[in-house]
Design a protein around this ligand. Sequence first.
Ligand code: PLP
Length: 391
Amino acid sequence: MFPAHLLAVFDRVDIAFESGEGAWLTATDGRRFLDFGAGVAVNSLGHAHPRLVAALDAQADKLWHCSNLYRVPGQERVAKRLTDSSFADTVFFCNSGAEAMELVIKIARRFHHVAGRPERNRVIACTGSFHGRTIATLAAAGTAKYLEGFGPVAEGFDHVPFGDLGAARAAIGPATAALLVEPVQGEGGIRPADPAYLRGLRALADEFGLLLLMDEVQTGIGRTGTLFAHQDSGVAPDVMALAKGLGGGFPVGAVLASERAGSCMTAGTHGCTFGGNPLAMAVAEAVLDVVQESGFLERVRAMGERLRAGLDDIAAHHPGVVAEVRGKGLMLGLKTVPLNTEVNGRLFLNGLLAVGAGDNVVRLVPPLIIGEAEVDQALAIIDRTCASFSG
Ligand SMILES: *Cc1c(COP(=O)(O)O)cnc(C)c1O
């Protein structure tokens, strides 16, 4: 059995990494890889970013864990940064994306409960979405293959096709509490929502008195070229989940809510032992310091455009391998003609790490700090890999 003693839920590649620097990883056997997977969009500032290392080191010398029974100054600072830069007025810190989404769902229900409408407790979510692996978040996404064997499925979710505003409207009933969407579906296959769709969902939520919930666990913190992916649609959610990129590799999740949506959560209604610990907050604050520096997001957009243009070119030259390029910013996907796992395997052998996604997509989510040379190197590897399919 490989590897021994680990629950066999991951189909692991037989390699272990020993160190990283920027967009590069070095394996224990000395092989080097250009990392366009970034730990599934987690290593937002690459590996061993000096400012993240310094922030973590400095905090490690002072205090690691402190219960939420007491004030945690780092949480107050990061929350201020997040609310100053978003629609939100209030933040809750946890440890992961699924955990953040659990609270998003709890807020949707409790919002109506305290308003005297307890019958409004269902969330309308989109097919092809991904919200995590807990019992409730699996039910929220409704993906059959992830739910298989884990029934009974948690109650309270209805599903409509992603992008179909008419279907969303038709699904709204007297029990509907909220609408839930990823601005770009990640696991589902790098499918960006049309900004008009997000605006339409906002209008529906307002018309029917529902909360608009967004899962920005993968898209948040600069990934798509704006701090949050919904920001270029011109509308904002009432509640939003963050995680992956926020800690740059240190586990942290967050729920951001408007005052109106968040005020239903009073003392004792939710909690988290580890959430927002001083180490996580020190790193998250350093991530925000870097991502919010002037010019950083412009660079993300420029690198995204460079990568996108190169991928479009490759797709034009290898129509038998790349059927479609899609995505936004540095969250791009190649829908491949051969099995995405086969393409991914060959990219790996050529020194490039990428991640699979649904709909037979190879997902490219490099660290946001990549430069032109690294984009060009990745493109050269992808081009060479595509050419290997016609030979
Ligand atoms: C990764 C992801 C999650 C789950 O995050 P975990 O930290 O693995 O629990 C939820 N939603 C989206 C959109 C994600 O990409």
